[in-house]
Design a protein around this ligand. Structure first.
Ligand code: SAH
Length: 566
């Protein structure tokens, strides 16, 4: 919950706008300001104070306890010109909150956390637990002094500055490990989510017994509970309270598997008891191995709990996953920077490797963090780009594969995902595709059913394309043509328009948009009979209306077809 505190009339008005924009996310604290801040500080994860920074500092100072649990605090000035991330930039999320506040109220976020301000990723922003000398190591990263990256495997980390390398000789270290090490005052330890604990339990096994068993299994093998990615068990135990409680306690998901699948996993210690009870000769070992996936290794074989009295009721085993690389497939939108989504921007900065067509890389190069490896190639090398992106992710890196518009529309997502196996994580970030960018310029041409058709016959035989155009013509769909015309491909567009004209009047509105949202944007609304195809090139989309589409005040409008709207 985000606590809102305002003192003045302007502050209260801004507070109410924020509350209205974020239903269910905020709570307004009324009454004397000091008491309101005190209550909100105790009850909320984040605070937005419509107060002078000085006033907020004085009110909050006596309440501070610990960076890890204090709420994030953002301060907004009387004129809402600035949202200052005052406290808890990373752990409290106030840097991000300041940006979100500005999205609603206008104004500019003020972020003073050093790592954000100079474009170095904070060690505590990766979503992985981090322990040890985070402040000292961050300081060294910022100062440019040598930092040793001590990692056994390749992990999907964001790009680190050039003073952080595996070969750097320094006692200031970032360790990336799932081992239980105790960091000294010059070491920060990042905990990758690599361990899967398989758990079995008889009905009613006490939560404390399950918890202790897991803790002992990890501790005896020298493994850190902070690297546990999941608990795994058999379907029949999905609601076993002791197991559910153990997963909650570790803050990890509980995944469950069908007994038959578990029974098919080869394990070192099968036994008859679970076979009789749940239908598989192994629960703990088999579930740990299945959870770890291909290339997983069993680190801790099955062990049993040691209750103070009576027989053991729980078993546990631990397996390690191969580090999973990360492939983000990111749509950059049609061109204009403000049509690039915040999520796309975040993924570009999260990636240590960016793969894409050179002209698209050029579009976003300034957003990349220093140290990002850029693999750009020219037109045509699509399959190679897709393969490169997947191979880099399989090697464990954080990769962004970029494309203009939406990366899944006539673009890289499908060749890449056709190559990818389930040993990498894939994150899709949608982008504003050319048809939508063009429609917004033309008016409302897509107000009823519509299709997109690419006229490029490089990968699709013309007969197939023509059949689809004909089907669209017969079913009276609005059609947007991508890849409509190039120097070497000039007869396809006239042919496609002729097919549409067999079913639509010559006066049917047609919209032509060149370079939507870019500096050389050009657009025209004309008709099927009036279109001059020589104005169309490969940076253009052509949208042909259906039989109901009209021109209204120079704009293209396709009625939704409701009876009240003629
Ligand atoms: N993935 C892209 C489409 C790639 S196919 C997207 O979702 O938009 C390439 C075709 O898209 C071009 O030939 C052109 O028809 C269209 N296109 C891409 N960007 C455009 C823009 N800014 N303005 C007009 N058309 C565009």
């Amino acid at each position: 919950m985000i606590g809102l505190i305002a003192a003045t009339a302007a502050g209260t008005a801004a507070r109410d706008r924020l509350a209205a924009a974020w239903p269910g996310r905020t709570r307004a604290y009324e009454g004397p300001v000091r008491e309101a801040v005190t209550r909100a500080f105790a009850e909320c994860e984040q605070l937005v104070c419509f107060l002078a920074a000085g006033a907020a500092v004085r009110l909050i100072a006596p309440l501070l306890s610990d960076k890890a649990c204090d709420p994030g605090v953002v301060c907004v000035d009387e004129a809402q010109q600035y949202a200052v991330a005052l406290l808890g930039g990373h752990a409290g999320g106030s840097n991000e909150l300041a940006e979100q506040v500005c999205d609603v109220l206008g104004g500019r976020p003020v972020v003073t956390t050093a790592t954000d301000a100079v474009s170095i990723p904070g060690l505590d922003t990766l979503g992985w637990p981090v322990e040890g000398a985070v402040a000292a190591v961050s300081r060294a990263m910022l100062d440019g002094s040598p930092v040793h990256l001590d990692a056994h495997d390749v992990h999907p980390l964001p790009p680190l500055p050039p003073n952080v390398t595996a070969t750097t000789d320094s006692d200031v270290r970032i360790m990336v490990t799932d081992r239980a090490v105790t960091p000294d005052d010059r070491t920060a330890v990042l905990r990758p989510p690599t361990l899967v604990v398989g758990v079995g339990a008889s009905k009613g096994a006490p939560a404390e017994e399950v918890r202790q068993l897991i803790a002992a299994a990890l501790a005896d093998a020298g493994l850190s509970p902070c690297s546990v990615a999941a608990l795994a068990t058999v379907d029949a135990k999905a609601e076993e309270p002791g197991i559910v409680a153990a997963a909650e306690r570790l803050g990890v998901p509980l995944v469950t598997y069908d007994a038959r699948r578990l029974g098919a996993v080869e394990v070192p210690h099968p036994s008859d008891a679970p076979l009789a009870a749940v239908g598989t000769a192994s629960v703990a070992e088999a579930a740990a191995l299945l959870g770890a996936g291909a290339g997983g290794e069993l680190l801790v074989p099955k062990r049993k709990s040691a209750p103070p009295s009576g027989p053991a009721t729980a078993t546990a085993a631990v397996a390690r996953r191969r580090p999973r690389g990360r492939l983000a497939v990111v749509g950059l939108g049609p061109g204009a920077r403000d049509l690039l989504t915040p999520r796309a921007r975040a993924e570009l900065r999260r990636a240590s490797v960016v793969v894409g067509l050179d002209q698209y890389v050029g579009q976003i190069r300034d957003l990349l963090r220093p140290g990002t490896r850029v693999l750009e190639s020219g037109l045509g090398a699509e399959e190679e780009r897709a393969r490169t992106a997947v191979a880099e992710a399989r090697a464990g890196h954080a990769v962004a594969l970029i494309g203009s518009g939406d990366a899944g529309v006539y673009a890289m997502a499908s060749p890449a995902l056709a190559e990818a196996a389930d040993d990498i994580d894939v994150i899709g970030v949608p982008g504003v595709t050319a048809a939508l960018a063009a429609a917004a310029i033309l008016g409302a041409p897509l107000g009823h059913d519509h299709v997109s058709i690419s006229l490029s016959d490089l990968h699709t035989p013309w007969e197939v394309i023509e059949r689809r155009v004909r089907a669209a013509a017969e079913s009276d769909l609005v059609v947007t043509f991508y890849n409509p015309r190039s120097r070497g491909r000039d007869w396809q567009l006239p042919k496609a328009l002729a097919v549409l004209a067999e079913h639509r009047s010559p006066q049917t509105p047609v919209g032509v948009v060149h370079a939507a949202s870019r500096p050389d944007e050009r657009s025209e609304v004309t008709t099927l009979a009036g279109l001059d195809v020589t104005t169309v090139d490969m940076v253009t989309v052509v949208t042909v209306g259906n039989s109901a589409t009209r021109q209204v005040a120079g704009r293209m409008v396709t009625p939704r077809g409701y009876r009240w709207q003629r």
